[in-house]
Design a binder for this molecule. Sequence first.
Ligand code: NDP
Length: 340
Amino acid sequence: MSTLPTSSREWHLVARPHGWPKAEDFALREVPVAEPGEGHVLVRNLHFSVDPYMRGRMNDVKSYVAPYQLDRPMDGGAVGEVIASNAEGFAVGDHVLHGLGWREYAQVPARHATKVDSSLAPLSAYLGVLGMTGLTAYAGLFEVASFKEGDTVFVSGAAGAVGSQVGQLARLKGASRVIGSAGSDDKVKLLVEKYGFDAAFNYKEPRPVAEQLKEAAPDGIDVYFDNVGGEHLEAAISSLKLHGRVTVCGMIAQYNNTEPAPGPRNLALFIGKRLRMQGMLVNDHVALQPQFVQEVSAWIRSGELKYDETVVEGIENGYDAFVGLLRGENTGKMIVSLTR
Ligand code: NDP
Protein backbone atom coordinates (compact mmCIF):
# COMPACT_ATOMS: atom_id res chain seq x y z
CA MET A 1 0.00 0.00 0.00
CA SER A 2 3.04 2.25 0.07
CA THR A 3 2.21 3.54 -3.41
CA LEU A 4 -1.10 5.04 -2.33
CA PRO A 5 -1.36 8.81 -2.52
CA THR A 6 -1.34 10.62 0.79
CA SER A 7 -3.85 13.32 -0.09
CA SER A 8 -6.78 13.98 -2.39
CA ARG A 9 -8.49 17.18 -3.46
CA GLU A 10 -12.28 17.37 -3.37
CA TRP A 11 -14.93 20.01 -3.97
CA HIS A 12 -17.03 21.10 -1.00
CA LEU A 13 -20.15 23.22 -1.02
CA VAL A 14 -19.46 25.93 1.57
CA ALA A 15 -22.52 28.17 1.08
CA ARG A 16 -25.91 27.59 -0.51
CA PRO A 17 -26.18 29.59 -3.76
CA HIS A 18 -29.00 32.11 -4.03
CA GLY A 19 -29.75 32.36 -7.74
CA TRP A 20 -26.71 31.69 -9.92
CA PRO A 21 -23.89 29.83 -8.10
CA LYS A 22 -20.81 31.92 -7.29
CA ALA A 23 -17.21 30.76 -6.92
CA GLU A 24 -17.32 31.66 -3.18
CA ASP A 25 -20.04 29.03 -2.65
CA PHE A 26 -17.48 26.28 -3.33
CA ALA A 27 -14.04 25.29 -2.05
CA LEU A 28 -11.47 22.82 -3.34
CA ARG A 29 -10.02 21.20 -0.22
CA GLU A 30 -7.21 18.75 0.41
CA VAL A 31 -7.92 15.74 2.61
CA PRO A 32 -5.89 12.68 3.62
CA VAL A 33 -6.37 9.41 1.73
CA ALA A 34 -6.93 6.29 3.82
CA GLU A 35 -6.50 2.67 2.84
CA PRO A 36 -9.81 1.11 1.79
CA GLY A 37 -11.95 -0.17 4.65
CA GLU A 38 -13.53 -3.62 4.72
CA GLY A 39 -15.72 -4.10 1.62
CA HIS A 40 -14.39 -0.91 0.01
CA VAL A 41 -12.21 -0.06 -2.95
CA LEU A 42 -10.00 2.99 -3.31
CA VAL A 43 -10.60 4.53 -6.72
CA ARG A 44 -8.56 7.08 -8.59
CA ASN A 45 -11.23 9.04 -10.43
CA LEU A 46 -10.48 9.55 -14.11
CA HIS A 47 -13.65 11.41 -15.11
CA PHE A 48 -16.55 12.86 -13.18
CA SER A 49 -19.85 14.21 -14.29
CA VAL A 50 -21.33 17.63 -13.70
CA ASP A 51 -25.10 17.62 -14.17
CA PRO A 52 -27.91 20.14 -14.03
CA TYR A 53 -29.70 18.24 -11.21
CA MET A 54 -26.77 19.09 -8.93
CA ARG A 55 -27.97 22.69 -8.83
CA GLY A 56 -31.11 21.50 -7.00
CA ARG A 57 -28.98 19.58 -4.49
CA MET A 58 -27.26 22.84 -3.54
CA ASN A 59 -30.54 24.11 -2.08
CA ASP A 60 -31.63 23.01 1.38
CA VAL A 61 -34.96 21.60 0.26
CA LYS A 62 -36.52 18.18 0.42
CA SER A 63 -36.41 16.56 -2.99
CA TYR A 64 -36.01 13.20 -4.68
CA VAL A 65 -32.32 13.29 -3.86
CA ALA A 66 -30.76 14.57 -0.62
CA PRO A 67 -29.27 18.07 -0.63
CA TYR A 68 -25.48 18.44 -0.52
CA GLN A 69 -24.27 19.09 3.01
CA LEU A 70 -22.22 22.19 3.67
CA ASP A 71 -18.50 21.62 4.20
CA ARG A 72 -18.78 18.07 2.95
CA PRO A 73 -17.60 16.73 -0.43
CA MET A 74 -20.17 16.92 -3.20
CA ASP A 75 -20.92 13.70 -5.04
CA GLY A 76 -22.16 12.54 -8.43
CA GLY A 77 -21.33 10.10 -11.22
CA ALA A 78 -17.68 9.19 -11.76
CA VAL A 79 -15.53 6.55 -13.41
CA GLY A 80 -12.10 5.59 -12.26
CA GLU A 81 -9.50 2.93 -11.67
CA VAL A 82 -9.28 0.79 -8.57
CA ILE A 83 -5.87 1.43 -6.98
CA ALA A 84 -6.44 -0.63 -3.81
CA SER A 85 -9.09 -3.19 -3.02
CA ASN A 86 -10.43 -4.59 0.22
CA ALA A 87 -13.48 -6.09 -1.45
CA GLU A 88 -14.06 -9.48 -2.98
CA GLY A 89 -14.44 -9.41 -6.75
CA PHE A 90 -12.54 -6.15 -7.29
CA ALA A 91 -8.86 -6.01 -8.22
CA VAL A 92 -6.35 -3.24 -8.71
CA GLY A 93 -6.67 -2.01 -12.28
CA ASP A 94 -10.43 -2.60 -12.56
CA HIS A 95 -12.42 0.30 -13.96
CA VAL A 96 -15.57 1.18 -12.05
CA LEU A 97 -18.55 3.47 -12.31
CA HIS A 98 -19.71 4.89 -8.98
CA GLY A 99 -21.33 7.86 -7.28
CA LEU A 100 -18.42 9.63 -5.56
CA GLY A 101 -17.36 12.22 -8.09
CA TRP A 102 -16.10 15.77 -7.44
CA ARG A 103 -12.86 14.35 -5.92
CA GLU A 104 -9.56 12.86 -7.02
CA TYR A 105 -9.66 9.68 -4.91
CA ALA A 106 -12.78 7.97 -3.61
CA GLN A 107 -13.35 5.32 -0.93
CA VAL A 108 -16.19 3.47 -2.61
CA PRO A 109 -18.26 0.72 -0.97
CA ALA A 110 -17.95 -2.16 -3.44
CA ARG A 111 -21.72 -2.65 -3.49
CA HIS A 112 -22.01 0.83 -5.02
CA ALA A 113 -19.37 0.23 -7.70
CA THR A 114 -20.11 -1.25 -11.11
CA LYS A 115 -17.30 -2.62 -13.23
CA VAL A 116 -17.10 -1.11 -16.71
CA ASP A 117 -15.15 -2.27 -19.72
CA SER A 118 -12.86 0.32 -21.30
CA SER A 119 -12.37 -1.91 -24.34
CA LEU A 120 -16.07 -1.59 -25.27
CA ALA A 121 -16.34 2.19 -24.96
CA PRO A 122 -14.23 5.10 -23.72
CA LEU A 123 -14.66 5.34 -19.95
CA SER A 124 -16.29 8.76 -20.10
CA ALA A 125 -19.10 7.29 -22.25
CA TYR A 126 -20.36 5.46 -19.15
CA LEU A 127 -21.27 8.87 -17.70
CA GLY A 128 -23.04 10.07 -20.82
CA VAL A 129 -24.13 8.33 -23.98
CA LEU A 130 -24.05 4.84 -22.37
CA GLY A 131 -24.75 6.09 -18.87
CA MET A 132 -27.26 8.09 -16.88
CA THR A 133 -28.01 10.76 -19.47
CA GLY A 134 -28.33 8.19 -22.25
CA LEU A 135 -30.77 6.11 -20.26
CA THR A 136 -32.75 9.26 -19.48
CA ALA A 137 -33.15 9.94 -23.19
CA TYR A 138 -34.04 6.33 -23.97
CA ALA A 139 -36.55 5.86 -21.15
CA GLY A 140 -37.99 9.34 -21.48
CA LEU A 141 -38.72 8.91 -25.16
CA PHE A 142 -39.74 5.27 -25.40
CA GLU A 143 -41.33 4.59 -22.02
CA VAL A 144 -42.59 7.94 -20.75
CA ALA A 145 -43.58 9.63 -24.02
CA SER A 146 -44.77 6.32 -25.54
CA PHE A 147 -43.01 7.25 -28.79
CA LYS A 148 -44.28 5.49 -31.89
CA GLU A 149 -43.06 5.34 -35.46
CA GLY A 150 -44.26 8.29 -37.51
CA ASP A 151 -44.35 10.71 -34.55
CA THR A 152 -43.09 14.24 -34.91
CA VAL A 153 -40.79 14.89 -31.96
CA PHE A 154 -39.59 18.18 -30.54
CA VAL A 155 -36.79 18.27 -27.95
CA SER A 156 -35.36 21.29 -26.15
CA GLY A 157 -31.79 21.42 -24.87
CA ALA A 158 -31.20 19.47 -28.04
CA ALA A 159 -27.43 19.90 -28.27
CA GLY A 160 -26.92 18.72 -24.69
CA ALA A 161 -26.27 15.20 -23.41
CA VAL A 162 -29.89 14.08 -23.05
CA GLY A 163 -31.33 16.16 -25.87
CA SER A 164 -28.85 15.16 -28.57
CA GLN A 165 -29.61 11.52 -27.86
CA VAL A 166 -33.39 11.98 -27.75
CA GLY A 167 -33.41 13.46 -31.24
CA GLN A 168 -31.22 10.73 -32.69
CA LEU A 169 -33.16 7.92 -31.00
CA ALA A 170 -36.37 9.33 -32.43
CA ARG A 171 -34.84 9.47 -35.90
CA LEU A 172 -33.45 5.93 -35.65
CA LYS A 173 -36.83 4.59 -34.53
CA GLY A 174 -38.72 6.10 -37.42
CA ALA A 175 -39.93 9.54 -36.36
CA SER A 176 -41.48 11.37 -39.28
CA ARG A 177 -39.82 14.63 -38.21
CA VAL A 178 -37.37 15.60 -35.45
CA ILE A 179 -37.00 19.19 -34.30
CA GLY A 180 -34.57 20.60 -31.77
CA SER A 181 -33.87 23.91 -30.10
CA ALA A 182 -30.53 25.06 -28.74
CA GLY A 183 -28.83 28.25 -27.62
CA SER A 184 -26.43 29.09 -30.45
CA ASP A 185 -26.24 29.02 -34.23
CA ASP A 186 -23.32 26.60 -34.07
CA LYS A 187 -25.37 24.18 -32.02
CA VAL A 188 -28.30 24.50 -34.42
CA LYS A 189 -25.98 23.66 -37.32
CA LEU A 190 -24.64 20.64 -35.45
CA LEU A 191 -28.17 19.33 -34.79
CA VAL A 192 -29.00 19.26 -38.47
CA GLU A 193 -25.65 18.40 -39.98
CA LYS A 194 -24.23 15.92 -37.49
CA TYR A 195 -27.17 14.52 -35.52
CA GLY A 196 -29.61 14.39 -38.43
CA PHE A 197 -32.42 16.53 -37.02
CA ASP A 198 -34.88 17.64 -39.72
CA ALA A 199 -35.08 21.18 -38.36
CA ALA A 200 -33.61 23.19 -35.52
CA PHE A 201 -33.72 26.74 -34.19
CA ASN A 202 -31.85 29.05 -31.85
CA TYR A 203 -34.14 29.91 -28.93
CA LYS A 204 -31.96 32.91 -28.06
CA GLU A 205 -33.03 34.69 -31.24
CA PRO A 206 -35.34 37.58 -30.49
CA ARG A 207 -38.28 35.75 -32.13
CA PRO A 208 -40.60 33.88 -29.74
CA VAL A 209 -40.03 30.13 -29.34
CA ALA A 210 -43.68 29.49 -30.29
CA GLU A 211 -43.20 31.23 -33.64
CA GLN A 212 -39.96 29.38 -34.42
CA LEU A 213 -41.48 26.04 -33.43
CA LYS A 214 -44.54 26.57 -35.64
CA GLU A 215 -42.25 27.29 -38.55
CA ALA A 216 -40.17 24.16 -37.90
CA ALA A 217 -43.24 21.96 -37.34
CA PRO A 218 -46.04 23.43 -39.47
CA ASP A 219 -48.21 20.33 -38.94
CA GLY A 220 -47.66 20.23 -35.19
CA ILE A 221 -45.84 17.79 -32.92
CA ASP A 222 -46.80 14.50 -31.28
CA VAL A 223 -44.12 14.42 -28.59
CA TYR A 224 -42.38 17.17 -26.67
CA PHE A 225 -39.33 16.11 -24.64
CA ASP A 226 -38.88 18.96 -22.18
CA ASN A 227 -35.43 19.69 -20.81
CA VAL A 228 -35.92 23.39 -20.13
CA GLY A 229 -39.50 24.37 -19.16
CA GLY A 230 -40.72 27.98 -19.30
CA GLU A 231 -41.39 29.52 -22.70
CA HIS A 232 -40.47 26.26 -24.47
CA LEU A 233 -43.13 24.28 -22.62
CA GLU A 234 -45.85 26.79 -23.38
CA ALA A 235 -44.84 26.86 -27.05
CA ALA A 236 -44.83 23.07 -27.25
CA ILE A 237 -48.30 22.80 -25.68
CA SER A 238 -49.60 25.10 -28.41
CA SER A 239 -48.00 22.97 -31.12
CA LEU A 240 -49.01 19.56 -29.77
CA LYS A 241 -51.49 17.59 -31.84
CA LEU A 242 -54.44 15.55 -30.61
CA HIS A 243 -53.26 12.98 -28.02
CA GLY A 244 -49.82 14.61 -27.85
CA ARG A 245 -47.44 13.62 -25.06
CA VAL A 246 -44.94 15.59 -23.02
CA THR A 247 -42.04 14.06 -21.08
CA VAL A 248 -41.08 16.46 -18.33
CA CYS A 249 -37.43 15.57 -17.92
CA GLY A 250 -35.93 18.85 -16.74
CA MET A 251 -36.59 22.57 -16.41
CA ILE A 252 -33.11 24.03 -16.54
CA ALA A 253 -34.44 27.48 -17.50
CA GLN A 254 -35.61 27.88 -13.92
CA TYR A 255 -33.01 26.07 -11.77
CA ASN A 256 -31.41 29.38 -10.73
CA ASN A 257 -34.67 31.25 -10.20
CA THR A 258 -35.13 32.93 -6.86
CA GLU A 259 -38.91 33.21 -7.30
CA PRO A 260 -41.30 30.51 -8.58
CA ALA A 261 -41.66 30.68 -12.37
CA PRO A 262 -45.12 31.36 -13.82
CA GLY A 263 -46.78 28.27 -15.29
CA PRO A 264 -47.73 27.83 -18.95
CA ARG A 265 -50.76 30.02 -19.72
CA ASN A 266 -52.30 27.57 -22.15
CA LEU A 267 -52.95 24.50 -19.99
CA ALA A 268 -56.62 24.53 -21.02
CA LEU A 269 -55.46 23.12 -24.36
CA PHE A 270 -54.91 19.81 -22.56
CA ILE A 271 -58.64 19.26 -22.49
CA GLY A 272 -59.61 19.56 -26.12
CA LYS A 273 -56.40 17.96 -27.39
CA ARG A 274 -56.46 15.21 -24.70
CA LEU A 275 -52.78 15.83 -24.00
CA ARG A 276 -50.67 13.88 -21.52
CA MET A 277 -47.74 15.31 -19.58
CA GLN A 278 -45.62 13.09 -17.35
CA GLY A 279 -42.59 13.76 -15.16
CA MET A 280 -39.77 11.24 -15.09
CA LEU A 281 -36.81 10.22 -12.98
CA VAL A 282 -34.19 8.10 -14.66
CA ASN A 283 -33.76 5.91 -11.56
CA ASP A 284 -37.25 4.52 -12.08
CA HIS A 285 -36.15 3.03 -15.39
CA VAL A 286 -33.04 1.00 -14.53
CA ALA A 287 -34.77 -2.16 -15.71
CA LEU A 288 -34.31 -0.82 -19.25
CA GLN A 289 -30.52 -0.60 -18.79
CA PRO A 290 -29.47 -3.85 -20.55
CA GLN A 291 -31.74 -3.23 -23.54
CA PHE A 292 -30.63 0.41 -23.70
CA VAL A 293 -26.91 -0.44 -23.61
CA GLN A 294 -27.28 -3.17 -26.21
CA GLU A 295 -29.25 -1.06 -28.66
CA VAL A 296 -27.35 2.20 -28.23
CA SER A 297 -23.86 0.67 -28.28
CA ALA A 298 -24.73 -1.05 -31.57
CA TRP A 299 -25.79 2.30 -33.06
CA ILE A 300 -22.58 3.91 -31.81
CA ARG A 301 -20.49 1.12 -33.36
CA SER A 302 -22.31 1.41 -36.69
CA GLY A 303 -21.89 5.20 -36.66
CA GLU A 304 -25.65 5.78 -36.77
CA LEU A 305 -25.68 7.52 -33.40
CA LYS A 306 -23.15 10.27 -32.79
CA TYR A 307 -22.24 11.89 -29.52
CA ASP A 308 -20.11 14.73 -28.26
CA GLU A 309 -18.45 15.42 -24.97
CA THR A 310 -17.16 18.71 -23.65
CA VAL A 311 -14.17 17.82 -21.53
CA VAL A 312 -12.81 20.19 -18.92
CA GLU A 313 -9.39 19.12 -17.68
CA GLY A 314 -8.36 19.23 -14.05
CA ILE A 315 -10.09 18.95 -10.68
CA GLU A 316 -9.39 22.65 -10.06
CA ASN A 317 -11.77 23.47 -12.94
CA GLY A 318 -14.72 21.50 -11.53
CA TYR A 319 -16.68 24.59 -10.49
CA ASP A 320 -16.10 26.29 -13.86
CA ALA A 321 -17.31 23.16 -15.64
CA PHE A 322 -20.49 23.08 -13.58
CA VAL A 323 -21.34 26.73 -14.12
CA GLY A 324 -20.34 26.41 -17.77
CA LEU A 325 -22.93 23.65 -18.11
CA LEU A 326 -25.65 25.92 -16.74
CA ARG A 327 -24.56 28.64 -19.17
CA GLY A 328 -24.60 26.32 -22.17
CA GLU A 329 -20.86 26.12 -22.73
CA ASN A 330 -21.14 22.38 -23.40
CA THR A 331 -22.03 20.42 -26.48
CA GLY A 332 -23.09 16.93 -25.46
CA LYS A 333 -22.06 15.62 -22.07
CA MET A 334 -20.04 17.90 -19.79
CA ILE A 335 -17.21 15.91 -18.19
CA VAL A 336 -14.39 16.84 -15.87
CA SER A 337 -11.31 14.72 -16.63
CA LEU A 338 -8.52 14.06 -14.16
CA THR A 339 -6.27 12.14 -16.50
CA ARG A 340 -3.51 14.75 -16.89
P1 NDP B 1 -27.15 19.33 -20.99
O1 NDP B 1 -25.99 18.59 -21.53
O2 NDP B 1 -28.37 19.48 -21.83
O3 NDP B 1 -26.63 20.73 -20.49
C1 NDP B 1 -27.48 21.72 -20.08
C2 NDP B 1 -27.89 22.61 -21.29
O4 NDP B 1 -29.04 23.35 -20.93
C3 NDP B 1 -26.86 23.65 -21.64
O5 NDP B 1 -25.87 23.16 -22.49
C4 NDP B 1 -27.70 24.74 -22.29
O6 NDP B 1 -27.65 24.60 -23.70
C5 NDP B 1 -29.12 24.45 -21.80
N1 NDP B 1 -29.69 25.59 -21.07
C6 NDP B 1 -29.15 26.25 -20.01
N2 NDP B 1 -30.00 27.24 -19.64
C7 NDP B 1 -31.04 27.22 -20.49
C8 NDP B 1 -32.23 28.00 -20.62
N3 NDP B 1 -32.49 29.03 -19.80
N4 NDP B 1 -33.10 27.70 -21.61
C9 NDP B 1 -32.85 26.66 -22.47
N5 NDP B 1 -31.74 25.89 -22.39
C10 NDP B 1 -30.86 26.16 -21.40
O7 NDP B 1 -27.60 18.65 -19.61
P2 NDP B 1 -28.22 17.20 -19.46
O8 NDP B 1 -28.37 16.59 -20.79
O9 NDP B 1 -27.47 16.48 -18.42
O10 NDP B 1 -29.66 17.53 -18.87
C11 NDP B 1 -30.70 18.05 -19.69
C12 NDP B 1 -31.96 18.19 -18.85
O11 NDP B 1 -32.39 16.91 -18.43
C13 NDP B 1 -31.77 19.03 -17.60
O12 NDP B 1 -32.94 19.79 -17.40
C14 NDP B 1 -31.63 17.99 -16.51
O13 NDP B 1 -32.01 18.48 -15.25
C15 NDP B 1 -32.56 16.90 -17.02
N6 NDP B 1 -32.26 15.57 -16.54
C16 NDP B 1 -33.29 14.91 -15.93
C17 NDP B 1 -33.14 13.61 -15.52
C18 NDP B 1 -34.30 12.93 -14.90
O14 NDP B 1 -34.17 11.79 -14.45
N7 NDP B 1 -35.46 13.56 -14.87
C19 NDP B 1 -31.85 12.91 -15.66
C20 NDP B 1 -30.85 13.68 -16.38
C21 NDP B 1 -31.06 14.97 -16.78
P3 NDP B 1 -28.02 25.81 -24.70
O15 NDP B 1 -26.71 26.32 -25.23
O16 NDP B 1 -28.84 25.14 -25.74
O17 NDP B 1 -28.76 26.85 -23.91
